[in-house]
Design a protein around this ligand. Structure first.
Ligand SMILES: *Cc1c(COP(=O)(O)O)cnc(C)c1O
Length: 403
């Protein structure tokens, strides 16, 4: 008789997006004449850039010819892609990362969820609160999080590091943690960390023999010079940090699927490198990202691709500016939106995140995401995204101002 992985039963129901969908459906049914604008989703809306489409077409044609057809990709990913990443994302920023320390994957969600497999069951994880839910949930599935407390909204064996306006969304160093998940620029708060502040985390990790898992999915949105594009800009990070990147938010690959993880060979425990464990895991459980998608990824780094994507990111960041300035002028306390496509606002008059969600839907017919859905410290906050169209973004801000 089989049994199930009981750890899955410890996961609290993921009600956030299903509750939002239900509330919006009920509202539109009751108000068929109202046009609802959705600024809740974390998905891009602009089509793929021409340079990427061109690379895809070319690679598709190659797949139809015997002499250029490709089967299984190399375990770590194609060299043409790993090389251009090493050069442009790392070497150009003074980071010594070699192509064979880069593992190409189908995205940052799978990598940030799977990476915990190479660590022992007794490691203690620390996460920011609020947080992208993948880090905690995958550790729960692996039996590393303890039990869920309904009242506090926390797992017994997870270290939660509150990120609120009071600490400018940069958490205090944890008292004890083996695996530290950091995401900058941050989803959901849209805030980020300076190189100087990040250096303290790297120093802490080196000193305590902790590992930092650095999710830099929003790197392309960084606008201020004091914000690091990679954790490897910090001294010593190549012996304590794993970095995860995605092509989803910088190039619109949410449907194409491509990402990568960097594991420097210096990360090791008693002579066993994390690189060798991840290589083994990759070889056993993953058969590579599609050739045509890796060629599309290469085009992200071409001069035309870079210019087109700068415009695409610029389009979203203009939306962010419109939201940020509109909300400020309407008297809201707002954060983020400068180095990230998310705006994190403090709900007015001490409203709960869900009360504000209801009010925004009723009064402005705008959908956002309640901050409490990302963790207990997200209560009293609310997320709006810059991934909508210009037209919808402007209309939504006007409606919020009138509210
Ligand atoms: C969107 C997002 C990702 C990207 O995931 P993909 O699987 O590459 O699409 C990773 N981390 C965070 C925090 C995100 O918001």
């Amino acid at each position: 008789m089989y049994s199930i992985n009981e750890n899955y039963q410890k996961l609290p129901g993921s009600y956030l997006f299903s509750t939002i969908a239900k509330k919006v459906a009920a509202f539109t049914e009751a108000n068929p004449d109202k046009q609802v604008i959705r600024l809740g989703i974390g998905d891009v809306t602009q089509p793929l850039a021409p340079a990427i489409i061109e690379a895809l077409h070319k690679a598709v044609d190659e797949m139809g010819q015997a002499d250029t057809f490709r089967g299984y990709a190399p375990d770590l990913g194609y060299e043409f892609l790993r090389k251009v990443i090493a050069e442009q994302d790392y070497k150009a920023r003074g980071c010594e990362i070699s192509p064979d320390e880069i593992f190409i994957s189908d995205g940052a969600k799978s990598d940030s969820g799977n990476i915990q497999e190479i660590f022992g069951a007794d490691n203690r994880i620390a996460v920011c609160d609020p947080v992208y839910p993948v880090y905690v949930d995958t550790n729960v599935m692996a039996g590393r999080a303890g039990t869920y407390n309904e009242g506090s909204g926390m797992f017994s064996d997870v270290v939660y590091m509150p990120c609120t306006a009071e600490n400018a969304f940069v958490p205090a160093l944890p008292r004890e943690a083996d695996i530290i998940y950091l995401c900058y620029p941050n989803n959901p708060t849209g805030t980020t960390i300076t190189k100087e502040e990040l250096q303290k985390w790297v120093d802490y990790a080196c000193e305590h023999h902790s590992v930092i898992i650095y999710d830099a999915a929003y790197e392309a949105y960084i606008s201020r010079p004091e914000v690091p594009h990679s954790i490897y800009e910090c001294e010593g990070a190549d012996s304590c940090a794993i970095e995860i990147r995605s092509f989803s938010k910088n190039a619109g690959f949410t449907g194409l699927r491509l990402g990568f993880t960097v594991i420097p060979k210096k990360l090791k425990v008693n002579d066993v490198t994390l690189h060798s464990l991840w290589a083994r895991r990759h070889g056993t459980k993953f058969n590579g990202a599609p050739y045509i998608v890796q060629r599309a990824g290469e085009a992200v780094y071409s001069p035309e691709g870079k210019a087109q994507l700068r415009d695409q990111v610029g389009y979203y960041m203009n939306n962010a500016k419109i939201i940020l300035e509109g909300l400020k002028s309407a008297g809201y306390e707002v954060y983020g939106g400068v180095d990230a496509p998310y705006i994190w606002l403090k709900t007015p008059a001490g409203m709960t995140s869900w009360d504000f969600f209801d009010r925004l839907l009723e009064k402005a017919n705008v959908v956002g995401t309640p901050g409490s859905g990302f963790g207990p410290s997200g209560e009293g906050y609310f997320r709006l995204t810059a991934f909508g169209s210009r037209e919808n973004t402007e209309a939504a801000v006007e409606r919020i101002k009138q509210m």
